[in-house]
Write a protein that binds this ligand. Structure first.
Ligand code: PLP
Length: 384
């Protein structure tokens, strides 16, 4: 049979030419493999013909996107003397930062205690324990601040019991923003040009950090924030949420409202549909935030000019979500597989116009803390 072999130009190797002992370099350590994640073109069939966007696959980090910020926050705290050698790190997390802090704890020799809530996937709690972290689960939500406030209150109690301990405070720590400059620089090298950035918002860290560093290269960058329905971040009232990672029931100080040109609230059924379609068609997927970000990036690829280079940040991979997003029984119980999902968002002209219950877009981005009105959308307010 006449066959043609595809060659990837590997150097010829033979036993006699093998390097006996490879050098141990910083990039060969657990922390050294964080960053330099690949980008993947997401085109047909998820997107339309000659349409698509680039996905920055942060799930290729050992834990996820938050490995970057966990290491950065811990290293800066050690430099400043806020975190003494061997002292405990205590933090509230829905999971991804916990994985990063466990990595930082192993790397720098700190015990790690994480506070979470019953919504954390059992798999994630076991994974964190396997990586040496102690996991505390709060049992009741705070009456107004929800699970997030309950977790933060528990962190305060643990800190009071251990005066030497350190809390990175990902919601308010500016290092959680600065940590993402390298991600932006990787995108500059990988993409050459970025016109539109689509990012999920939870603590606000990666949206603020990546957009700030990217705008130094591309001042006209368009930044599209993606939140979940039921989240308070962009001025909606707090309601029960099943999507984790993105969204909040408090107002994290790290959210840079002036960075965003528009915001989308995505509902879980839409996110599930996107995650599943992406997994089956592109062998790349993730959980709630990936599904939400992909939903919006796909719509932008259809509605923005064809030459526009759209990048969506995928914060993690799918493994953690096999008991939720990829579980038919779970999805059926939450009505997430009933009928078709819309192809485009509803529009509102102001976040306070009404409570949104399905995928909705708003080009007026307002800081609900009242410190700054932002957005450069339809009303043309100054963004920066
Ligand atoms: C999976 C996932 N996606 C998105 C986010 C939101 O990222 P940020 O906190 O940087 O806004 C998080 C935050 O924890 C996350 O874990």
């Amino acid at each position: 049979m006449n066959t043609t072999m595809l060659s990837h130009a590997m150097p010829e190797i033979s036993p006699g030419r093998l390097v006996a002992t490879p050098p141990t370099l910083p990039q060969h350590t657990p922390a050294g493999v964080v960053g330099n994640t690949p980008v993947l073109w997401i085109g047909e069939p998820y997107c339309g013909r000659r349409q698509g966007f680039w996905a920055k696959l942060e799930g290729h980090n050992p834990g996820g996107i938050k490995d970057r910020t966990a290491l950065y926050m811990v290293e800066r705290a050690r430099e400043r003397g806020q975190l003494a050698p061997g002292a405990t790190i205590i933090e509230s997390t829905s999971g991804t930062l916990g994985l990063g802090l466990a990595l930082a704890g192993i790397t720098h020799g700190h015990p790690v205690a994480l506070v979470t809530d019953p919504g954390m996937e059992p798999l994630m709690a076991r994974l964190l324990a396997a990586y040496g972290a102690t996991v505390h689960t709060v049992t009741d939500p705070h009456p107004t601040g929800g699970w997030q406030q309950a977790r933060r209150d528990r962190v305060a109690e643990l800190l009071a019991d251990d005066p030497g301990a350190y809390c990175p405070d990902q919601y308010n720590n500016p290092d959680n923003v600065a940590a993402y400059a390298p991600l932006a620089h990787e995108l500059v090298a990988q993409m050459g040009r970025v016109d539109t950035l689509v990012v999920a918002v939870g603590t606000g860290g990666h949206s603020a950090g990546v957009s700030r560093a990217l705008r130094a290269f591309f001042p006209n960058l368009r930044v599209v924030g993606v939140d979940t329905i039921g989240s308070t971040i962009f001025g909606q009232p707090a309601r029960p949420r099943i999507m984790r990672g993105l969204g909040s029931s408090i107002h994290p100080r790290n959210v840079d409202y002036r960075a965003f040109d528009e915001v989308h609230w995505v509902d879980p059924a839409q996110a599930v549909r996107s995650c599943r379609t992406l997994a089956a068609s592109h062998y790349a997927s993730g959980g709630w935030s990936v599904g939400a970000v992909a939903t919006v990036a796909r719509w932008l690829s259809r509605t923005r000019p064809a030459a526009e280079r759209i990048v969506a940040v995928f914060p993690d991979g799918p493994q953690r979500y096999f008991d939720t997003v990829f579980n038919d029984e779970y999805c059926a119980r939450h009505g997430l597989l009933d009928g078709p999902v819309p192809d485009e968002p509803h529009e509102i002209s102001d976040p306070g116009e009404r409570v949104v219950t399905g995928w909705t877009r708003c080009t007026r981005v307002v800081d609900p803390r009242g410190t700054a009105a932002a957005g450069a959308g339809a009303d043309g307010e100054a963004r920066r």
